[in-house]
Design a binder for this molecule. Structure first.
Ligand code: GLU
Length: 446
């Protein structure tokens, strides 16, 4: 096989979310595993809804995830090419003007349905004479333009879905150009895929029907259709579609919450596949494990709880050097190697270190139950002198045990609660030296 060339083609009408990032990731993993190329195409033919800000956001998010692109271009720079392709289709009689209004089309659909027929466009416009068209245009109507499907079966072997067959006689001729002259995505995408020599179109299964029409357009324009892979859509842990929640599942939002890019990539690369969902340290590992054959046909389940647990697993393995700057940004006192090694096991998201900064360095309200008051007063007197070290906790606990006769949970829990104000947290023998003797004593005596 020659090296693949794939493209990820988002519209800059919003932030990237887990659904489109999964498509980007699958394209990227496939291309990188075959020494291929990954092209970022900005689908901004909808000039009203596309913004520069969203386009910048797409680049920022992909870069954050590590999904670098080998080349990038915008559709809005290529209208001349689309015009040329449209002219070519017109000359071939494959692109024809239609004058029905949205209401008229709606009426036709309803009539067809009421007669038990599929609501497929009846091609009435094909019967218009030049005079008819001139008359309609004199009335102030502008045409929209439809691609004339062959009426044949279009077949391809989808890399995810297996053999596909679409009967184009069951489809309406797709509109390629709107009444206002703007392009829908269908034609520009094919023109670009031909020019960029795309070998594989990898996208969500909501595009399967488009593929039927687009394969015909590829052929009409003298290209060969690329191989195709249509991946099942994402659903939530509740089994419902994610569409309403995609805003909160945008990369901007996940990054702001402190998620690690590899947690996002690990989850999105593995859900809906035959591999186990497990944290991976690098994209290289995901590349090595990628195979279209592993992607199932059922929807892929995106569970935020699973994302959080992968994030925790990744965080716990991150060396200080990798997080130093981010820790400093949370709090300068967190940017300390010992501190990080002590608290990371207790963080699912990096910004949670802020809480442990407070626990170690801040004003902690110690928790002492009424029945533990004397016990804590005794313990305070036994706190080892001098600088506290990794051995201080056990030496102290042994001394307190000998003096009070307490052991196990009854011994350790009141000490932890008095020192940290919490029942859970990092290993006390590591935490105590960080808290230091002065603060420890103040908390025990408060
Ligand atoms: N802009 C299209 C979308 O986001 C691209 C689809 C495709 O990959 O062909 O759905």
């Amino acid at each position: 096989m020659t090296a693949p060339i794939v493209r990820f083609a988002p519209s800059p009408t919003g932030r990237l979310h887990v659904g489109n990032v999964r498509t980007a990731l699958i394209n990227w993993l496939f291309a990188k595993g075959q020494q291929g190329k990954f092209i970022l195409r900005i689908d901004d033919t909808d000039t009203e809804r596309s913004t520069q800000e969203y386009e910048d956001g797409i680049r920022t998010d992909l870069a954050w995830l590590g999904l670098t692109w080998d080349d990038s271009f915008s559709q809005s720079d290529r209208f001349a090419e689309y015009d040329a392709a449209a002219d070519k289709l017109r000359e071939m009689g494959l692109l024809y003007p239609c004058y029905e209004t949205a209401d008229e089309l709606d009426r036709k659909r309803k009539i067809a349905l009421s007669r038990g027929r599929p609501p497929v466009y009846d091609r009435a416009a094909l019967a218009l004479s030049d005079d008819d068209k001139a008359k309609l245009e004199a009335e102030g109507r502008s045409p929209h333009w439809r691609f004339k499907l062959s009426g044949e079966r279009i077949e391809w072997n989808d890399l995810v879905r297996g053999p596909q067959s679409i009967d184009t006689s069951s489809l309406s001729d797709p509109i390629l150009i709107r009444e206002d002259g703007s392009y829908l995505y269908t034609l520009p995408s094919v023109v670009d895929d031909i020019e960029a020599k795309i070998t594989h179109v990898v996208r969500g299964e909501d595009h399967v029907t488009n593929s039927g029409a687009q394969i015909e357009i590829f052929k009409a324009l003298g290209g060969t259709a690329p191989d195709m892979a249509h991946t099942p859509l994402l659903i939530g842990a509740d089994g419902q579609g994610l569409s309403k929640r995609l805003g909160s599942l945008s990369m901007g939002e996940l990054r702001a919450q402190g998620y690690e890019p590899m947690a996002v990539c690990s989850l999105l690369a593995k859900i809906g596949t035959s591999d186990n969902v497990e944290a991976r340290e690098s994209l290289d590992q995901l590349v090595a494990e990628f195979d279209f054959g592993k992607i199932g046909r059922a929807p892929a389940r995106f569970d935020e709880a699973e994302l959080l647990s992968l994030n925790a697993a990744i965080l716990h393995g991150l060396p200080f050097e990798a997080v130093k700057d981010r820790l400093a940004a949370v709090d300068p006192r967190a940017a300390d190697e010992t501190f990080w090694s002590v608290v990371r096991e207790n963080c699912s998201l990096l910004p949670e270190v802020a809480g442990w900064v407070e626990t170690v360095f801040g004003d902690v309200t110690s928790l002492v139950d009424a029945e533990d008051k004397d016990f804590i007063a005794t313990a305070a007197k036994l706190l080892p002198e001098g600088e506290l070290t990794g051995d201080s906790w056990s030496a102290w606990a042994n001394a307190v045990k000998a003096e009070t006769g307490r052991k196990g949970r009854g011994l350790f829990m009141p000490l932890r609660k008095a020192l940290t104000g919490q029942e859970h947290g990092p290993d006390m023998s590591a935490l105590l030296p960080l808290i230091g003797r002065e603060r420890a004593m103040a908390r025990l005596q408060s």
